[in-house]
Design a binder for this molecule. Structure first.
Ligand code: SF4
Length: 346
């Protein structure tokens, strides 16, 4: 099938199977990783990293409240390897799930079966960051991570009835023809969600002098994935300088956009630009974005819990309310930051 026909087909399948367009926010629990040697990762440029960069739980919860108010989705809770123990991750997940009213996805590294079985219904699914199409390239890119452990992690998630996701970075030396291998993994492990990013060449990494992959290649991979898997959830990452990719990615089968820095976007010219991409796309689509990227007045310094939540935990809710002053303090400084950004950009 040629490129134009494939794009058309991918668009039709996405229209048939989905109603919404999502803005997805990965909530970071830390800016620390004990591995720090994945070749594309900016953390690999940080030589000595004591366990700093852990976020306070109040700031994580403050961000979750704001994400909910803007009607975005929490893509997953994310952290590097070796940051938190299971109990901590589970508590944070319960808090974020109570705030958004939905169980959360995790992207916090490989967890063994015993650890995974300690979670309850606060978790919807787990993410295996395989990063690329083949084990061979993965081993070169991520020397301290284990492909077999990631696959085993997916098996364990299946046994425990969790959903399963993958993350892939495009432009790190993969071959287009190896996409078939990725599709085998999606099929064999019954993957529910895939997040594609395009390479952001970080200074100090071997990719420093690379460029991000061409937009048509990105769209080609997304559309091919949609055609192969009409019902899989596809999330696509963009960087601040690639907002014009949003419309084409949505056409190619993406369900949601992620990765851009929300503090820079919300209420600013960048947020306006992203909104206009979505509005233009909505003229040819029945899918809808029900949230906002621009309306600062939606962000209130109040702890509001959802009215009809899928996930609810009265004990955690009480704990959050007991800490409300600290959380509101964080929310207030985030909102001030966004307003300051607003003034700069308009
Ligand atoms: S495991 Fe994740 S955070 Fe750690 S170095 Fe690799 S990509 Fe970076």
């Amino acid at each position: 099938m040629d490129f134009n026909r494939r794009l058309q087909k991918a668009f039709e399948l996405t229209e048939k199977n989905f109603d919404s367009i999502n803005i997805e926010r990965a909530i970071f629990l830390s800016y620390f990783c004990e591995l720090r040697d994945c070749k594309f990762c900016y953390m690999s440029t940080i030589k000595d990293s004591p366990k700093k960069g852990l976020r306070s739980i109040e700031s994580v919860f403050a961000e979750a409240f704001l994400v909910k108010m803007a009607n975005w989705k929490v893509e997953f809770l994310s952290s590097g390897y070796g940051v938190y123990d299971i109990k901590n991750i589970s508590n944070i997940a319960k808090g974020v799930a109570s705030i958004t009213g939905e169980p959360v996805w995790l992207n916090t590294g490989v967890l063994d079966k015993k650890a995974l079985s300690l979670f309850e219904n606060e978790i919807k699914g787990v993410t295996a960051s395989i990063e690329t199409f083949t084990e061979k390239l993965f081993t070169k890119l991520c020397p301290s991570k284990s492909w077999d452990k990631l696959m085993n992690f997916l098996d364990n998630a299946s046994d425990l009835n969790y959903k399963k996701g993958l993350t892939i970075i495009l432009g790190v030396g993969e071959k287009r023809e190896d996409l078939a291998n990725l599709f085998d993994i999606i099929k064999n492990y019954k993957i529910d969600r895939i997040t594609f990013y395009s390479l952001n060449p970080h200074k100090g990494t071997p990719f420093e002098n690379f460029v991000s992959p061409p937009s048509l290649y990105y769209i080609d991979v997304v559309s091919e994935t949609r055609i192969m898997f009409p019902e899989i959830e596809i999330i696509t990452g963009i960087w601040s300088d690639r907002i014009a990719l949003v419309g084409p990615l949505l056409m190619a089968g993406s369900n949601g956009i992620t990765k851009f820095p929300w503090q820079k976007f919300y209420g600013s010219k960048l947020g306006k630009s992203l909104t206009s991409e979505i509005l233009e796309f909505q003229k040819i689509s029945k899918r809808r974005f029900e949230g906002s990227m621009t309306d600062i007045s939606l962000l209130k310094n109040k702890l509001e819990f959802p009215k009809n939540p899928v996930y609810k935990n009265e004990y955690i809710k009480k704990e959050i309310l007991e800490n409300s002053e600290k959380i509101k303090g964080r929310m207030s400084s985030y909102i001030l930051e966004l307003k300051a950004q607003d003034k700069i950009n308009y």
